[in-house]
Design a protein around this ligand. Structure first.
Ligand SMILES: *Cc1c(COP(=O)(O)O)cnc(C)c1O
Length: 377
């Protein structure tokens, strides 16, 4: 059997090995040290914000970002229903309730038209909306030109879930710089990885200081162990920060690989009826994952049929995120729906998009898809 082609495997080489070895030899193997400080400064500079704190996961980063704003019980946080579960889970950790909002069918990002109606309605119903949490879906930024003034007018802070969007831009500004505070992820399948990791980024020093404090068990700055707040053990290891620094040095190269793959898919599907790329034409996207949306009536086949065909050839694909309002975990949670997320889930297929895919593997994927299309028509 040919070797398996994964959706978005880690892209690790000699530079990463050298950085990790140097960190190990330095003796700084705990979640404190010079690599950690430098990694934070480098990510902040890349995103174009003043402050950053590195933590053990993107989920932890989201949790701390919400806590730093004082989000807690008896409040609600607005999140898109089409996302990875971590977005909504982070809200749950604080004791606040998520309110789910449907998405723009073109991009999969939060539907700002719905948001405009929802915010005053929640206020009139006596709900305290503690934050709005857009997700930069698959690396395409949310519609911040509309969203930011809307939230600003309502006096509601934006927590940007930019877990998928390191390296993306929107109107010339970097993803992660739009929220009052934002979270990045360095999970194994993300654009850069520290095996597991994440970062909180913001221009607001007080918020980031608060996150830093909470990330290390909320130890008060005295010689003995003194605690006022509930803290967490969320800090990233200095060794893993070194891995992240090596990855960051290769970011441009990895972005161009993913963008190249997106273009290949765009060309392959350009003349195929009933198929479009999610967020097609977004030139600012980091192209983290490429997802096709298939209209089965026009195409004559379903997205999951292509997925099954590729699986037989040992090529991994994945359905789009299953919307949160369809999850048993969030049964009964308030949701404003148009059916767009349901359709993107039913008709979406995410294709191999990793920067580590070599030319031979890309050919295998493209040939397998071309074979399916030829047989189908
Ligand atoms: C990956 C991801 C997260 C969580 O990041 P982890 O590092 O896996 O904890 C949060 N939100 C979104 C949208 C993600 O894709």
């Amino acid at each position: 059997m040919t070797n398996r082609i994964y959706l978005s495997p880690p892209d690790i080489g000699p530079l990463e090995e050298a950085y990790v070895r140097t960190a190990l030899r330095s003796g700084w193997v705990a979640p404190v040290g010079p690599e950690l400080d430098t990694f934070e400064r480098e990510i902040a500079a890349r995103v174009g914000v003043e402050h950053a704190v590195a933590v053990g996961s993107g989920t932890a980063a989201l949790h701390l970002a919400l806590l730093s704003l004082g989000v807690g019980p008896d409040q609600v946080v607005v999140v898109p229903t089409l996302t990875f579960v971590a977005t909504a889970n982070a809200v749950g950790y604080t004791g606040a309730r998520p309110v789910l909002v449907d998405v723009d069918p073109a991009t999969g990002n939060i539907d700002v038209g719905l948001l405009a109606d929802l915010l005053p309605r929640l206020r009139d119903a006596g709900e305290e909306v503690a934050a709005v949490m857009p997700v930069d879906m698959f690396g395409s930024c949310a519609d911040y030109a509309t969203l930011l003034p809307l939230c600003e007018a309502a006096g509601i802070p934006v927590v940007e879930d930019s877990a998928q969007a390191l390296g993306s831009t929107y109107q010339g500004r970097a993803a992660g710089s739009f929220g009052r505070i934002a979270a990045l992820s360095f999970n194994g399948n993300k654009i850069i990885t520290t095996s597991g990791g994440g970062m909180v980024v913001s221009d607001d020093a007080a918020l980031v200081d608060r996150c830093r404090h909470l990330s290390t068990q909320a130890r008060e700055p005295v010689p003995h162990y003194e605690h006022i707040d509930v803290g967490y053990n969320y800090r990233l290891s200095n060794v893993l920060a070194a891995l992240g620094r090596a990855q960051l040095r290769r970011l441009e190269e990895m972005l161009s690989r993913r963008r190249f793959l997106r273009e290949r898919y765009a060309k392959l599907f350009a003349a195929v009826p009933g198929v479009r790329l999610l967020a097609d034409g977004d030139t600012g996207s980091n192209c983290w994952l490429t997802t096709i949306i298939v209209d089965p009536d026009l195409a004559g086949w379903r997205a999951d049929e292509l997925g099954a065909h590729l699986a037989k050839q040992n090529i991994e694909t994945r359905p789009n995120w299953k919307p949160m309002h369809q999850q048993p975990l969030f049964a009964g949670v308030e949701a404003v729906l148009t059916g767009a997320a349901d359709r993107l889930f039913a008709n979406g297929l995410t294709l191999p998009s990793g920067s580590a895919l070599n030319e031979t593997q890309i050919h295998r994927v493209m040939d397998a898809i071309a074979g399916f299309l030829a047989a189908g028509r």
